[in-house]
Ligand binder design. Structure first.
Ligand code: ZN
Length: 234
């Protein structure tokens, strides 16, 4: 629907016909007020006409594309655990040039308890990429178009192995994906995320294992230890 090319009376007619698709109670009541006022007085202010167009846009926007990003149970358990210590638990992960922030939708949001996926700027300068239901359905916002495949890949990776995704992000960017601060301590740098964050997010065992692996890797470096021919062949 090309709203800009419609006359104002046509916009009112269309808004009325699509009222049932304005699911937010506030928007719906507001649209009804505007329609009623127009019918009664035949006039609205420019600002009100802007709202008619905007609400019509909301009511007629296409249903979001939905992609399955796999079992989110593990990731959601992390957020639930972190929510006990942190007020606004969020994870920042990136791939290529795309950095996304995943956080839990609050009780006043459209889908409380689902995971919001946005760009990493502060609201309202960020881009809303979509939301992941607790069952793992990723509703993609049209604003994410063009980056859909990277997004879905990133979310799948995070869903299937949150600790691994956290490590990868840290090694790639030098920042902890949980608090978004630069990694400074040697151990955190080796693992890819901080120990305190690991504790907050219920990943302390994973953190300790990753540290052990990293230390073994360093010890196993040929420059640090003489290799026997047998090891070389392995
Ligand atoms: Zn951290």
């Amino acid at each position: 629907m090309n709203i800009a090319s419609m006359t104002r009376p046509e916009q009112i007619t269309a808004l009325e016909a699509n009222l049932h698709d304005l699911t937010s109670a506030r928007s719906n009541a507001f649209a009804q007020d505007l329609i009623a006022q127009y019918k009664q007085t035949k006039r609205l202010s420019d600002k009100q006409w802007d709202w008619v167009a905007k609400l019509l846009g909301y009511a007629t926007r296409p249903d979001p594309e939905v992609k399955d990003v796999g079992d989110m149970a593990g990731a959601i358990a992390l957020f639930d655990k972190a929510g006990k210590t942190l007020k606004f638990p969020a994870v920042v992960i990136s791939q290529d040039d795309l950095t996304v922030r995943i956080s839990v939708a609050g009780s006043r949001s459209k889908a409380p308890g689902s995971l919001n996926v946005t760009s990493n700027e502060k609201y309202p300068d960020n881009t809303f990429y979509g939301r992941i239901s607790r069952a793992g359905a990723f509703e993609i916002n049209p604003a994410a178009d063009g980056q859909k495949d990277i997004l879905v890949g990133l979310l799948k990776e995070f869903a299937s192995d949150p600790a691994g995704a956290a490590s990868r992000h840290g090694h790639l960017t030098g920042r902890c994906c949980f608090c978004n601060l630069p990694l400074k301590q040697r151990q955190s740098t080796a693992v890819g995320y901080g120990e305190t964050c690991a504790q907050n997010w219920g990943l302390h065992t994973e953190w300790k294992n990753a540290l052990k692996d990293a230390q073994q890797r360093i010890v196993g470096e040929p420059t640090l230890q003489e290799q026997t021919p047998a090891q070389e062949a392995a």
